[in-house]
Ligand binder design. Sequence first.
Ligand SMILES: *Cc1c(COP(=O)(O)O)cnc(C)c1O
Length: 449
Amino acid sequence: MTAIATRLEQKRDVSGAFPGPRSQELAQRRSAVVAAGVASSVPVYAADADGAIIRDVDGNQFIDLGSGIAVTSVGASDPAVVAAVQESVEHFTHTCFMVTPYESYIAVAEQLNALTPGDHEKRTVLFNSGAEAVENAVKVARLATGRNAVVVFDHAYHGRTNLTMALTAKSMPYKHGFGPFAPEVYRVPMSYPYREETEIKGEDAARRAIAMIEKQIGADQVAAILIEPVQGEGGFIVPAEGFLPTLAAWAKETGVVFIADEVQSGFCRTGAWFASEHENVVPDLITMAKGIAGGLPLSAVTGRADLLDAVHGGGLGGTYGGNPVACAAALAAIGTMKEQDLPARAGHIGDTIGSRLRALAEKTDIIGEVRGRGAMMAIELVKPGTGATTKEPNPEATKAIVQAALAEGVILLTCGTYGNVIRLLPPLVISDELLVDALDVLETAILAA
Ligand SMILES: *Cc1c(COP(=O)(O)O)cnc(C)c1O
């Protein structure tokens, strides 16, 4: 295994003005033409990006600890992805798989059927975005079971379309004012170990949710349970051990389709190909997007053949779903993940981040918890002195830390229902040296807050 070649020097450099004159000019042009509802968390504009570095239009270089929201796991312009896209686009840009099909779509389905958990007979269908994959997984579950209800969890995030807004837990900014929402969506308590009032085992937290489902909906009315094995936007919440397997076992007993939304946690991010694997959960359906195609828009639903094949011809699809250029990119990105053994690399990154942040938590009382799996790590920040008692969320410090790190050349994302979680999602190809440099910056920013 040789390291991936990079074009841009993998080095942080914010010696220029910040935000520089070109970024400021673009911000002005933008405000006159781009809808205000699209917000950007960083005030600089990208000119180039490679590996774990984003270079802005004024020549500043930032270490990217967000990967464009968990997308560029193989780096921002992986040479294998770039070459595959160029090769593909020279032949055709689009024919529509529903009109004139092509091989790369089939090859992606073969890969996903082989890589996802379980050795049962599987089928795959491709789409463009994570939300679209989630919508279609629900369609499949409803048709295959003949039932309507969908069970989701506190702190869940599943997208911004009408059905996925209903599935998402957080009002502001995702749902506020955008109703009415789709019916037959029921929310039950998540296992959120840090914020349980009294410690509760994963199995018991699952039984708490199951009791609500049985009382309030009725098991025989439920088409699907939809859950992120590690919650993303909700705050990188890892449920207590036993929670996911207990839910999956109950779903199996009652004929409920268990859907794992691995849009953020999939494709090596957590130290395994899919986060479901950490507890040997075999979902009936898996939704995937984000890291799947090295940055090109592609998403997928993979799962039990009997469920997916229950749908009549023409019932699933979309004009662009499984675009040939995106499929070529996915095949190349998956190739890089295998070649570079990115599941192992994610585990190593997680160990580096985890030990560093846990040591830091000893030095400051605003770190309530360090948690996550693999290279999907986060810190939850609380008001000073409340860590052992009320655990009062500290969104102010969260903001201040992210801004201070950015000014030093490190891009960080926040998340969490209470806006008090900093999440670390580095490209999995980041070098140890660059990662340590970014963690130095983060540590300084935390200690200053
Ligand atoms: C990002 C995300 C989605 C939505 O994906 P889009 O591509 O933005 O539509 C759905 N589920 C999870 C878990 C996500 O993290």
